[in-house]
Design a protein around this ligand. Structure first.
Ligand code: ACO
Ligand SMILES: O=CC(=O)O
Ligand code: MG
Length: 356
């Protein structure tokens, strides 16, 4: 553990100063693509116009014999593409793999100035982040980078979940954490073969109404990921970094995908992964507060004046705490609206309507 006095000092001579705040930029969807897949790579310039984050994936879902091609593809795409406001992230291979060292050396020295965030899979504890932190500082110094790279951890091992608070606070570079339900299920020896989402067998049942135990009993499917997402959100919030839901593998089931994303949004996540173009608009919709919620929150803030005391609005009590909840919604809406004129117009129209 570094001394608090040294926490923000660069870890290598010539490396840039680590960040004190995580930059506020929309990241409702982290769109995964395989940079070695020509069809996907060809879509990157268009996808950059409609995504908050594009992530060149080098890890799972890229075949072992395509790892070098994916890495080289990402270097060419980063050099050739104007990403505009869209962030470029990468997911490197896991720290115990034969590829990760070359992933980091190549990407930081060749395209470190184009990358915003490096996602590290299968993080088990703070020691993994410390290793990456020092190596990135050395590579940043070698590459002459002036801006520090940020680090994002995937929460997908039982050990990572047990250590999530120390992972979230392990380095000033920590930008956020994503839930990785597939690897996490395997690591925990859970008995679901799905990539994220619910499971019909994980349920609660109402009490029996009579002698027949099968008669008239409703079942409710439960969320397998509730505990982990909530714990991840707390770990991120207490360290000033951002939580995300990860993959939803049933691409065809856009309805359940939207539900899973919305659960994460309501619990505090700022975004989710999109694995297929069809999931981009789902994430955009879900992780942007609705115009009606924004209008309501603006109204509560306006009617609460200096934000203290209690008032009644439409039969609902509002006080110092609820005005803080409303500020969370309005701050997020303002951040998103600043780069999205359509959203800004929808928020203003809903606000006018509620005022009239
Ligand atoms: C557990 C985890 O680690 S999750 C993270 C790792 N997994 C991933 O990154 C998976 C990323 N996604 C994919 O590989 C693909 O979307 C798949 C394999 C799921 C489905 O691919 P396909 O069967 O080709 O889907 P589909 O036929 O619907 O694709 C339609 C078009 O969209 C393209 N496309 C599909 N996914 C993507 C994507 N993520 N980004 C860009 N383009 C894509 C296809 O290449 C295809 O292009 P074409 O019209 O020029 O032929
Ligand atoms: O990497 C993601 C996962 O779910 O595993
Ligand atoms: Mg994984």
């Amino acid at each position: 553990m570094r001394s608090p006095k040294d926490f923000f000092a660069p870890l290598a001579v010539g490396a840039p100063q680590p960040p004190r705040q995580i930059p506020v930029r929309p990241s409702r969807m982290i769109h995964f693509f395989d940079p070695g897949n020509e069809k996907m790579a060809a879509k990157v310039p268009d996808l950059a116009k409609k995504t908050d984050v594009l992530l060149g994936n080098l890890e799972d879902a890229v075949r072992a014999d395509r790892k070098e091609a994916a890495r080289a593809g990402l270097v060419s795409i980063a050099k050739a593409t104007d990403f505009g406001r869209t962030q470029l992230w990468t997911r490197v291979n896991s720290l115990d793999s034969p590829w990760v060292l070359d992933d980091l050396i190549t990407l930081v020295t060749e395209i470190g100035d184009k990358l915003d965030v490096i996602m590290i899979p299968k993080v088990e504890g703070a020691q993994d982040i410390h290793y990456v932190d020092r190596l990135l500082a050395q590579l940043e110094a070698r590459a002459g980078l002036t801006e520090p790279l940020l680090v994002h951890a995937i929460l997908e091992t039982a050990s990572g979940v047990a250590n999530v608070e120390e992972i979230a606070g392990a380095s000033p570079r920590m930008q956020g954490i994503s839930l990785g339900p597939a690897d996490l299920a395997a690591s925990r020896r859970m008995k679901t073969t799905r990539v994220g989402g619910g499971h019909p067998g994980y349920l609660v049942r109402t009490d029996p109404v009579g002698e027949d135990l099968n008669e008239g009993r409703t079942t409710y499917q439960q969320d397998l990921w509730h505990y982990t997402v909530a714990r991840m959100v707390d770990a991120c919030a207490m360290n000033g970094i951002l939580p995300y839901y990860g993959p939803f593998g049933d691409i065809r089931d856009v309805v359940a995908c939207e539900d899973q994303f919305r659960n994460a949004f309501l619990l505090g996540c700022v975004g989710a992964w999109s694995l297929h173009p069809v999931q981009i608009d789902i994430a955009k919709k879900v992780f942007s507060p609705s115009p009606a919620d924004v209008a309501w929150a603006r109204r509560v803030i306006a009617e609460m004046g200096d934000g203290t005391g209690a008032v009644m609005i439409d039969g609902k009590m509002q006080d110092d705490a609820s005005v803080k909840q409303c500020r969370v919604v309005v701050e997020l809406a303002d951040e998103l609206a600043a780069t999205d004129p359509e959203l800004a117009a929808a928020y203003d129209a809903a606000t006018k309507e509620i005022q009239s």
